[in-house]
Design a protein around this ligand. Structure first.
Ligand code: 4AD
Ligand code: MG
Length: 462
């Protein structure tokens, strides 16, 4: 039976007979024998395979076994004489599945720039860095499910196609089956969506929150974890047009409980990844960002700072550094401000609460001062906003008023308002940008490098 290379590296014993399948990373020919390193994606480290001339077709094999070739190797494990590894595989039978022409296969050099690797998005996962990124990404997702399942949250699946613009920012991708060469028009020359597939305009979701609220009003604690889409034309290292979001929603919960959950949640995910991906995390610390491990320990062991927006503005006004965006009460915090708080001032994650009503979405609960809402953003060093959430407005009249003042028609969200008409309860939730979490965890500078197939303005090739 084929063994995973990670299991062999951890547990394999001399004289054990094993079969592995994977891709050649390197080949070294010496006098009378050769080594290949084979990687199957299960771990950062590859398994060293020794080839002796007694192997059938030895000379032909050496010609075929170039970087990128796919192989199956059977043989016995032997203690390695090299210092790099404990154990290696002495090949007895070797089969090449597919060659990779060294003249053309782009992954020849040991190190390529991430910019270059983005141009070969179909191959970059075969490199050490991307192998580590996607194993850690998988561990983060596992940790997320584990965290919520252990606490009795129901995993719900919110729709990708929706009618609502939850965040109200108008960053929607339209979903249509209309013939774009011959768009039907109404008498007033508007697009006639009544002839469209859903009988009205429909979009890719920007957030599963509103539907998560529906489910929380039946199951108390729920979470949704899926792709979300935003047509925001920002070409930054922290924005994608398609990103994954984790959104828990809790009935009978206020902002305090929401903050407690967010903090426990991040601590859990960091703890899980440190425990399950030690080699990959070491790799990031050595090769990508030498503060990654210290940051993880810091997250796990220290309480996050909690501070109101109004207090933040006072601190920023006193800060002895000049910001591009001048600070005054009412300003939406920019990433320079967020990073100043998390990196310089507090040197740990900061939860900012009670933002001005004018800069936050309609569903956030209005405070008694009527100037601020029960919002919370978790700001992380190097990343800025990693989580956005709030206590929700559970009072029907206040919610209707908020919608009207933001130019929304309450009738369009009649079902959302019904949640306030029938059995309304205080409730709260948040959204974690999954890729920003993976960036934070790994130290990867660009969000395009923590998702296998990044979608950004003008780019959706692979
Ligand atoms: O702050 P946001 O817009 O909050 C919501 O969508 C709420 N409905 C969530 C909720 O309360 N259930 O987005 C949440 C998080 C942000 O903090 C950020 O980490 C991430 O989603 N995010 C993005 N990540 C990558 N690319 C983008 N374009 C992102 N926009 C937001
Ligand atoms: Mg936000």
């Amino acid at each position: 039976m084929t063994r995973r290379i990670i299991d062999i590296l951890r547990l394999g014993q001399p004289d054990e007979a094993v079969t592995i399948k994977g891709w050649v990373r390197t080949k070294r020919e010496l006098k009378g024998f050769a080594f290949i390193e084979v990687n199957d994606g299960s771990s950062l480290a590859s398994l060293q395979v020794v080839l002796n001339p007694e192997l059938e077709n030895y000379d032909l094999l050496l010609k075929q076994l170039n970087t990128g070739a796919s192989v199956e190797v059977s043989g016995v494990l032997v203690p390695s004489l090299g210092k790099e590894q404990r154990i290696e595989l002495k090949a007895e039978i070797l089969q090449v599945y597919g060659e990779a022409d060294p003249q053309n296969y782009p992954l020849q050099k040991k190190r390529h720039s991430f910019e270059f690797l983005r141009t070969i998005g179909h191959l970059r996962s075969r490199t050490n860095s991307f192998g580590a990124v996607f194993r850690v990404r998988n561990a983060c997702a596992t940790a997320i499910h584990q965290f919520f399942q252990e606490r009795g949250f129901l995993w719900i699946h919110t729709p990708i196609i929706t009618r609502n613009d939850c965040e109200g920012a108008g960053e929607l991708f339209t979903v249509t089956s209309l013939n774009l060469k011959q768009v039907p028009r109404t008498a007033s020359q508007e697009v006639d969506y009544s002839q469209d597939f859903f009988g009205g305009p429909a979009y890719l979701t920007v957030s599963g929150q509103l539907e998560a609220e529906v489910m929380a009003m039946a199951f108390s604690n729920v979470y949704t974890f899926g792709p979300t889409f935003r047509a925001e034309n920002s070409n930054t290292s922290r924005h994608l047009a398609e990103f994954w979001m984790v959104e828990p929603e809790m009935a009978f919960c206020d902002l305090q409980g929401n903050m407690d959950l967010a903090e426990a949640f991040l601590k859990h995910v960091f703890g899980f990844v440190l425990e399950t991906c030690p080699e990959d995390m070491q790799f990031f610390n050595q090769r990508i960002d030498n503060s990654v491990l210290a940051t993880a320990e810091n997250i796990i062991n220290n309480q996050f700072e909690r501070i109101t927006y109004t207090e933040v503005i006072a601190l920023l006004e006193k800060a002895d550094c000049s910001f591009e965006y001048p600070v005054s009460w009412g300003l939406d915090l920019q990433s320079e401000h967020e990073r100043y708080l998390a990196e310089q001032l507090f040197k740990k994650p900061v939860i900012v609460t009670d933002y001005p009503v004018g800069i936050k979405a309609f569903y956030m609960r209005l405070n008694d001062d009527e100037k601020t809402v029960r919002a919370m953003d978790v700001l992380a060093p190097k990343i800025g906003e990693i989580i956005g959430g709030s206590q929700r407005e559970e009072r029907l009249e206040v919610l209707e008023r908020r919608m009207q003042s933001q130019g929304l028609n309450p009738e369009d969200l009649w079902w959302y308002l019904d949640l306030r008409r029938y059995g309304t309860v205080p409730h709260a939730g948040f959204g974690l940008g999954f890729e920003r979490l993976v960036q934070f965890m790994t130290g990867m500078g660009n969000i395009r490098d923590v998702i296998p197939f990044p979608r950004t303005p003008l780019s959706a090739e692979f």
